[in-house]
Design a protein around this ligand. Structure first.
Ligand SMILES: [Fe+2]
Ligand SMILES: [Fe+2]
Length: 165
């Protein structure tokens, strides 16, 4: 609950905070930067927070050897939300609606915002596939909300950092 309040606060303040362009420039190529800029501002801040936390987590581990790739994945993990126009009220509605309906809200895939909320991992994976990203990269994006996948260290770091942000 406290975490949700924190997210809500981050959402409302995100419009007034500058995007850390230096950080983006360091880890994304031009095409990726264009993609990233199409996320709404709250999502951009979210992805940057996830990536920065992942750097801290990475330093505790030895299993991941490509930090740059990990950061790129974190920055692009929600790329399937491009064009969603999910605003803060939509997000509150979706989070509460999911709880109240016991997850049945996800069946309403004919409603664009609901579809993107639940299926952005698949939508993002498709987008990256069409841009020629490798299978491992796509696999991680596609499964970043799957609870039953526990044996992929990058997914585990991404999930951990995503949940905290
Ligand atoms: Fe996500
Ligand atoms: Fe996320």
């Amino acid at each position: 609950m406290l975490h949700r309040i924190k997210q809500f606060y981050w959402d409302i303040t995100s419009e007034f905070k500058d995007i850390d362009i230096k950080f983006i420039d360091k880890y994304l190529n031009n095409l990726e930067k264009e993609l990233f800029k199409n996320l709404n501002k709250a999502e951009q801040h979210h992805c940057i927070r996830v990536a920065k936390l992942a750097i801290k987590e990475y330093l505790k581990l030895e299993e991941v050897n490509d930090l740059d790739m990990l950061i790129k994945i974190c920055l692009l993990h929600d790329i399937g939300k491009i064009g969603s126009r999910l605003n803060i009220f939509d997000r509150v509605f979706l989070v509460l609606g999911d709880k109240v309906t016991g997850g049945n809200l996800k069946k309403c895939t004919n409603i664009r915002k609901i579809n993107i909320y639940y299926n952005h991992p698949q939508i993002g994976a498709q987008k990256l596939k069409s841009l020629g990203y490798d299978d491992e990269f796509i696999y991680i994006i596609e499964n970043h909300h799957k609870k039953d996948i526990k044996d992929n260290i990058v997914i585990n770091i991404l999930k951990l950092c995503d949940d905290k942000n």
